[in-house]
Design a protein around this ligand. Structure first.
Ligand code: NAD
Ligand code: WQD
Length: 347
């Protein structure tokens, strides 16, 4: 069965490609490498010993996308491609609406034309916005607080409308909580551009000596130690969740939403502690003001995914930290050593 993976060279996409190939799927990747490096796909092939097919194209280019559907017999699409920086989305919202919403619209039009109606979409816990009721369930009120989150919300609505108009579609909306960690090989992982916005990549870069110290955004939240609490999930557990969603969408129609989280929250100080234990490195930090838009606590109610998808996260924060550290140590510059993507041979 051939699966089209948009954004397959990215952080979560590359880990999902490994699981798909290991499970015997044929994998076709569409990625414009705007936030990734083709080296990740080469490493996916090394890890699995299997080949995937890559189209280095922008999803916004409908003519190029048509070609992918003409040349391959695609059964289902996992749609990761998108921009994901909250701060950047505030600065350049139109870029986010175009890249995330319009590209999904084009993808759905091309899918419909080629009668491919099975779709798994990467949504985010960010669609819940500043909700107080924890753990958060799928039926919680949605009020995203930034343009990035609103693109995810809009796409969810677009996909629901699409299903209402044509009941042959089978769509799964996966709302990820805080993906961290890396493949156990240490050969693929998260490779953020510039200074990381997210906690774990920042901590890793302090540990490896690229950054001097971590700023903790507030220690006066109403939590056990005053720092923010999040539901961190190992990227491999997350990747496996996509395979469970695929099994489901290829057998029934409908549109369903699932939280992919562990159901447990950890504070910033607990994450620092876990990473120090895993790496043997001290993480110096300074407490600074709260970051605008941050909530005190956010963690998932993952029961629906457990019951309907038979999926549950199994990797704890110690393994998440160990795997993140292995990736960071083996690749202190991420995939950066590869200067010219065309030399990697994945085209
Ligand atoms: P990523 O940036 O590593 O991967 C996204 C990939 O999509 C990149 O390889 C990028 O080059 C590609 N891409 C972007 N726009 C494209 C376009 N127009 N055409 C073709 N390719 C394009 O991000 P990730 O962390 O792997 O996230 C994957 C998806 O999951 C995104 O949609 C993101 O919004 C969502 N998500 C991520 C997180 C997280 O914390 N990482 C949490 C919740 C949801
Ligand atoms: C985690 C905790 C911070 C950095 C973001 C997006 C969300 C989703 C996942 C895509 C918070 C604290 C962080 C730092 C810190 N992405 N922190 N110092 O904000 O929960 O979610 O990534 O959909 O949309 O908003 O994750 O890793 O940025 O922060 O103290 O340098 O760490 O305040 O409590 P967040 P994060």
């Amino acid at each position: 069965m051939a699966i089209l993976v948009t954004g397959g060279a990215g952080y979560i996409g590359s880990h999902t490609c490994v699981e798909l190939l290991n499970d015997g799927y044929q994998v076709i990747v569409v990625d414009d490498f705007s936030n990734s490096n083709p080296e990740s796909l080469k490493r996916v092939e090394q890890i699995t010993g299997k080949q995937l097919k890559t189209y280095p194209i922008d999803l916004l280019n409908q003519i190029d996308l048509e070609k992918v559907f003409k040349e391959n017999k695609i059964e289902a699409v996992i749609h990761f491609a998108g921009l994901k920086s909250v701060g950047e989305s505030v600065a350049v919202p139109l870029k986010y609406y175009r890249n995330n919403v319009i590209s999904t619209l084009i993808l759905c039009e091309v899918m419909r034309k080629h009668r491919v109606k099975n779709l798994v979409f990467s949504s985010s816990a960010t669609v819940y916005g500043a909700t107080d009721k924890m753990p958060v369930s799928e039926d919680a009120f949605l009020k995203p607080v930034n343009p990035y989150g609103r693109t995810k919300h809009l796409i969810e609505e677009l996909l629901r409308d699409l299903y209402q108009s044509d009941k042959e579609w089978s769509i799964t909306l996966l709302r990820y909580f805080n993906p961290i960690g890396a493949h156990e090989s240490g050969n693929i992982g998260e490779d953020p551009n510039g200074i990381p916005n997210n906690l774990l990549p920042y901590i890793s870069q302090v540990a490896v000596g690229k950054l001097q110290r971590l700023n903790i955004f507030g220690d006066d939240y109403p939590t056990k130690d005053g720092t923010g609490i999040r539901d961190y999930i190992h990227v491999v557990d997350l990747a496996k969740g996509h395979l469970k969603a695929l099994e489901k969408i290829t057998s029934i129609t409908g549109v369903e939403t699932y939280n992919l989280g562990t159901g447990r929250g950890y504070s910033v100080l607990e994450m620092i502690d876990a990473f120090e234990n895993a790496s043997g490195k001290k993480i110096p930090y300074t407490v600074v003001d709260r970051r605008e838009g941050d909530s005190a606590i956010c963690y998932a109610n993952p029961n629906k995914a457990r019951e309907h998808l038979k999926w549950q996260a199994s990797r704890d924060i110690h393994l998440m930290s160990k795997d993140a550290w292995r990736w960071q140590q083996k690749n202190p510059k991420g995939y950066q050593e590869i200067v010219d993507p065309r030399q990697t041979g994945v085209y």
